[in-house]
Design a protein around this ligand. Structure first.
Ligand SMILES: NC(=O)c1ccc[n+]([C@@H]2O[C@H](COP(=O)([O-])OP(=O)(O)OC[C@H]3O[C@@H](n4cnc5c(N)ncnc54)[C@H](OP(=O)(O)O)[C@@H]3O)[C@@H](O)[C@H]2O)c1
Length: 311
């Protein structure tokens, strides 16, 4: 028999906090999304996990379901959904309402990117990252609003990245997430009248097996540590705690905001290890020289032609 979720998960929040609530967590079968799903289940929530790779997703959902105690209000269902596809997102929202009767919470966690110097990003690669992270999150927010929250209220948390100083080698995803952060502020104002709160969580560098598997060189995770004031990587559970806070009644007066969960790395110049190469290619400051040169040219012209006739 599988170990109970109570022996595998812990939470600073009170048991039963999310009893009879329903959440959708995109990318909820792996890494950060799985930790969020487990904490929500632990707190009594019904959770729909949604992503593209259905075998892996349903395996994770079955494993989490088998660890639920018999007397819990929690439940879990896996639904295949590519958040880039509008019809699949619409169907995800409709199926969630059909299955569990409501959508109280949406956690837009599903996303991804690949490391590349900005100048080498192909249009295809750029579009893929923008479509997944920015357009996918937009579609999920809009459809949660249209299918439930616009009438009944709810709370949305968007997972973004540490983008405060640009993001060398990850410029596409930082641009996409900056877009999310901005539309979060728009939605917070337009949707407050419907009882919807919407916020972002910006993780620093957080190790998980699946996150590391996304990169050819997983040492980029450890390589980030020197730039983290906390001098360690984040844990998936630490991102989940911030998400659960924002979903909870404890954050009833918080909307349109972002919580950084990054050990202070957002305060540093670079998130990650990007060594600035030495060079002397920056254009020099020439403004004063240009003015001096222009004056000399004017004086020279004046000497050659003499003062203009007043006739
Ligand atoms: N780990 C970090 O250091 C870190 C830092 C900042 C932000 N983040 C962000 O946090 C989120 C979770 O990342 P993670 O670290 O937990 O890595 P992960 O385990 O690789 O999680 C990414 C999840 O997103 C899902 N996904 C990707 N594209 C999707 C799509 N088009 N439609 C639906 N689902 C999609 C994946 O599932 P499928 O493959 O089944 O679709 C996967 O479950 C991501 O948005 C990531 O960019 C991570």
């Amino acid at each position: 028999m599988a170990a109970s979720i109570y022996s595998k998960v812990s939470s600073v929040f009170r048991p039963g906090l999310f009893s009879n609530k329903v959440a959708i967590v995109t990318g909820g079968g792996t890494g950060i999304g799985k930790a969020i799903t487990q904490e929500l289940l632990y707190l009594g929530c019904k959770v729909v996990v949604a992503s593209r790779k259905f075998d892996r997703l349903s395996k994770a959902a079955n494993e989490m379901k088998s660890s639920l105690p018999k007397d819990t209000t929690a439940d879990i269902k896996a639904i295949q959904c590519n958040i880039r596809k509008e019809e699949e997102v619409k169907s995800l929202m409709k199926s969630t309402v059909e299955e569990f009767g409501r959508i109280d919470y949406l956690v837009n966690n599903g996303g991804g990117q690949f490391p590349s110097p900005f100048a080498n990003i192909s249009l295809k690669g750029w579009n893929a990252v923008i479509e997944t992270n920015l357009t996918g999150t937009f579609l999920c927010c809009r459809e949660a609003h249209q299918n439930w929250m616009g009438e009944h209220g709810g709370s949305i948390v968007n997972i973004i990245v540490d983008l405060w100083n640009g993001f060398p080698m990850m410029g596409h995803t930082a641009a996409a997430r900056a877009g999310i952060e901005n539309f979060t502020r728009t939605c917070a104002q337009e949707w407050a009248q419907h009882g919807i709160r919407i916020n972002c969580v910006a993780p620093g560098t957080v190790w998980s097996e699946t996150a590391a598997a996304n990169y050819a060189d997983p040492s980029i995770f450890e390589g980030a540590i020197p730039a983290v004031p906390a001098k360690r990587l984040g844990k998936v559970e630490e991102i989940s705690a911030a998400v659960c806070y924002l979903l909870s009644p404890g954050a009833a007066y918080v909307t349109g905001d972002t919580i950084k969960v990054d050990g202070g790395s957002g305060l540093q110049g670079f998130s990650g290890k990007f060594v600035l190469p030495d060079h002397d290619n920056m254009p020099p400051y020439t403004w004063e020289e240009d003015i001096k040169k222009r004056k000399e040219e004017e004086e020279d012209a004046h000497t050659r032609t003499g003062p203009q006739s007043k006739l």
